[in-house]
Design a protein around this ligand. Structure first.
Ligand code: AMP
Length: 539
């Protein structure tokens, strides 16, 4: 890159700039206010976590984890990694020069690994020791062959080394260099990790947390889809009481009520923002048991196999890996086929039916409007019962602004105690886009007061005026250099100022300041002490 090359934000990322950032602030402020009234507290987890956390929580097989994460090895063992990668990728050696380079790389690697084990950068366990022994063996074989074959000139049988090279390669590849971390692609996993780490099951239950911040996924960028995007989300976590099984019906009703309140909070938030054309879709995906979702999935798989030839490649693959995801398909020609598939609502167990009926009743009690969408699914096993999604206007194909669901098994899967969970994540970028499209994106910009001062005498007064108006909460522009009044007024209107405060020699000596309303052009005389009250009145 030449030294003059222009830097640009990386593909899929962008700068959020004023005045739009004022809208972002308004949205976030509204979330703080609304969520607080529902008893939620804010959590700010780190932006990176062990890759393993996301692999377990989101699922190693999902696109998010298998293709879209930004992952790093956390280590300064760059030389060790370079030798390891060279040795582990060497498959065959066919001449003396290659053998020479290989033997040297192996001995460098051997030395680096031993040092790293000694100072704790590579775990001192059986696996590492085994790798070191195998590498050492390959090293002495290669060293001996090198000495021997150099003398023989031309008759060396390099194939004889293939097995040893392969074994040393496997041994090298198994050397683990510290942990891998990833930028978070979502935050539910972090919230659950924090719940476990801080023993939150000992707090009054349920624990209600919300978060906001950037998430990272290496997706194909398009309108409403970015690689760094922002989510506002909330989670309700509740330790399962030992006596929870005693009154199962009551427990189910309580869960459904929690779900409904979370959804009510979400819709209150969107309502407060005056987001237009929102539609809440709900569904129940049952739970992972033979007499419920598992049985349904088998039936679905059977039906899908009967129509396999008519499905696209993605759906065909999913018949085996995750048949529920076929229901997600947006492919035009699959819609008619999907409409005829068995519906999960007809296969829910009694408990899940009770829960779903209660959820709907609770939503109605709260005046929350919804539509049912039996095709709304989540691909992972620990998701259960409630799933929901909210779409909004003006977003084209990426019209989901929020997704959520119940995930009772997740905390336990991450090594915590049996815990229930429900949560959602709002796509803030899309929420902002939709507000802007709906004409609800404008926020007050500009300044309250532009101080048009002229003369060294007036400057000291101008500084004093700016200081006292700012401390009263007004936004004030104080030009750093003297400007003729005409020029000052021009700049004041360009900046969208409501008033120009005019301070020249006359105003200073008389103590009567001049205030011009830039909208109407009306000008009044006002005393310094009366100015803040006047501005407040004329806001
Ligand atoms: P998910 O965590 O995949 O359930 O997504 C929750 C919400 O986050 C979605 O409904 C979107 O509004 C938003 N979202 C997900 N991925 C992206 C992305 N790459 N860019 C912008 N928003 C996204």
């Amino acid at each position: 890159m030449s030294s003059k090359a222009k830097f640009q934000a990386i593909r899929g990322t962008r700068d959020l700039l004023p005045p739009e950032t004022a809208l972002w602030n308004r949205v976030e402020q509204t979330a703080h206010e609304v969520f607080r009234t529902f008893g939620f507290g804010e959590i700010r987890p780190p932006i990176f976590e062990p890759t393993e956390l996301f692999a377990r929580a989101v699922g190693g097989e999902t696109d998010i984890v298998s293709k879209e994460m930004y992952t790093f090895a956390v280590t300064d063992l760059t030389r060790l990694i370079a030798w390891r990668d060279f040795v582990s990728s060497t498959r065959k050696i066919r001449d003396l020069d290659e053998l020479d380079a290989y033997e040297r790389s192996l001995s460098y690697l051997h030395r680096e690994v031993q040092a790293a084990v000694k100072n704790g950068q590579v775990p001192d366990d059986g696996e590492s020791q085994n790798s070191i022994v195998r590498m050492k063996r390959a090293m002495s074989i290669a060293g001996a062959a090198l000495v021997e074959w150099r003398k023989m000139d031309g008759t060396a049988k390099f194939e004889e080394l293939d097995e040893d090279v392969k074994d040393a390669g496997i041994a090298a590849a198994s050397i683990r260099v510290g942990e891998e971390i990833s930028l978070r692609p979502e935050a539910t996993a972090s919230v659950c990790r924090a719940y476990i780490e801080h023993n939150m099951q000992q707090l009054p239950q349920p624990v209600k947390l919300y978060y906001m911040g950037p998430m990272f996924r290496r997706e194909r960028p398009q309108k409403g889809r970015y690689r760094q995007f922002y989510q506002i989300g909330a989670e309700v976590l509740e330790a399962v009481r030992p006596d929870a099984g005693r009154d199962a019906a009551k427990e189910l009703a309580k869960d459904a009520t929690v779900d409904a309140e979370v959804i009510e909070m979400l819709m209150t938030f969107f309502g407060r923002l005056q987001l237009e054309g929102t539609e809440l879709s709900i569904n129940s995906i049952g739970h992972a048991a033979e007499n419920c979702r598992r049985g349904y999935v088998e039936k679905l798989r059977g039906e899908l196999n009967r129509v396999k030839d008519k499905l696209g490649a993605d759906s065909q693959r999913r018949i085996e890996t995750n048949p529920l995801r076929v229901l997600d398909s947006k492919l035009e020609h699959e819609q008619g086929i999907i409409a005829k598939l068995p519906k999960i609502a007809d296969h829910l167990c009694d408990d899940c039916q009770t829960h779903y009926a209660e959820l709907k009743r609770q939503l109605e009690l709260r005046g929350v409007k919804y539509v049912e969408n039996w095709r709304l699914v989540r691909g992972l096993d620990y998701y259960m019962r409630t799933t929901f999604e909210i779409t909004a206007k003006g977003l084209g194909s990426q019209n989901a602004v929020c997704g959520g669901g119940r995930y009772d098994g997740l905390v336990e899967l991450l090594g915590g105690p049996p815990t229930k969970g429900i949560g959602f994540a709002i796509g803030e970028d899309r929420l902002i886009l939709s507000l802007q499209e709906g004409g609800k994106g404008s926020v007050a910009e500009g300044r309250d007061v532009y101080v048009a001062w002229l003369g060294a005498n007036a400057y000291a007064t101008a500084i004093r005026a700016a200081k006292s108006l700012r401390s009263a909460g007004f936004s004030v522009e104080l030009p750093p250099t003297e400007q003729k009044f005409g020029k000052a007024l021009e700049r004041a209107s360009k900046l969208g100022a409501r008033f120009a405060l005019i301070l020249g020699d006359n105003e200073i000596s008389s103590g009567e300041w001049a205030l011009k309303a830039l909208g109407t052009g009306e000008q009044i005389k006002i005393a310094e002490a009366d100015l803040p009250a006047y501005l407040k009145e004329h806001q």
